[in-house]
Design a protein around this ligand. Structure first.
Ligand SMILES: [Fe+2]
Length: 245
């Protein structure tokens, strides 16, 4: 894993990484399982074309059903971790916890129901990172817009004056100061929970599918998302094992 990726992460609070090719079969299998479990929502369509069959009223309940079904798969979290292990291990250290359930977002073209401009802290601890993994090639408004750490305070100010024009202000700010870059299937975005991010309305003609899951070091401070309810231990160091066995 190149040193540049870590300095880029430290500077901006986010970085795009390549997932380990050895574990791409796990993501392909996941997509195959989703397709097999929800045949009437796909017919012969590709994932990107889900909106040809599914409409805005149905999408959230379908998404929740898919989330339930993918979280039954017992090795999914482990494979996600392994696909980004070389980056995560160096970023977080030897004792790592992982979010208990994997999230799935589906953003169909022109669907305006989406989270507003936000950061995940203080609900999440500042010591958490989000691993965002697209299941389809994403470009332009299919992608999330990330706000560089250097604009953090400026973005925070927008929150101090929340009013009914805020959405337009967030949109303008994100367009001006945000980074929006393609993330393909096989790549992922890692970002600090303290970084602001914005989800634009998808004005492409493709549906965006993405997984997201959080990781942190076992011994760093927790936000409201705590170890018992929200996280589980993924791996521990020999010294931790020595002291807890
Ligand atoms: Fe978020």
């Amino acid at each position: 894993m190149s040193k540049n990726l870590f300095s880029e992460f430290t500077k901006k609070g986010f970085v795009k990484i390549k997932l380990d090719k050895k574990y791409m079969s796990a993501y392909k299998k996941l997509k195959k399982n989703i397709r097999n479990d929800f045949p009437k929502n796909f017919k012969k369509n590709k994932f990107e074309n889900l909106h040809h069959i599914v409409n805005f009223d149905e999408i959230n309940s379908i998404r929740m059903k898919i989330i339930r079904s993918i979280n039954i798969e017992k090795d999914l979290k482990k494979n996600i971790y392994l696909s980004a292990k070389s980056f995560l291990d160096q970023l977080l250290g030897a004792d790592i916890v992982v979010q208990k359930s994997v999230n799935l977002a589906i953003q169909m073209p022109n669907d305006n129901s989406r989270p507003m401009f936000h950061k995940d802290t203080p609900l999440s601890s500042k010591y958490e990172v989000v691993l965002w993994i697209p299941l389809v090639d994403c470009s332009k408004s299919m992608c999330m817009t990330m706000i560089d750490k250097k604009y953090h305070d400026e973005a925070n100010k927008l929150f101090d004056n929340l009013n009914r024009n805020s959405e337009t202000k967030f949109q303008k700010f994100s367009k001006l100061k945000g980074s929006n870059f393609p993330v393909k299937f096989g790549e992922a975005l890692i970002f600090s929970t303290d970084n602001f991010h914005y989800i634009p309305i998808n004005d492409t003609n493709k549906t965006r599918w993405s997984l997201n899951i959080r990781f942190k070091n076992l011994f760093t401070p927790y936000g409201e998302r705590n170890l018992l309810d929200y996280f589980e231990i993924l791996k521990t160091s020999p010294i931790t094992n020595l002291l807890t066995n």
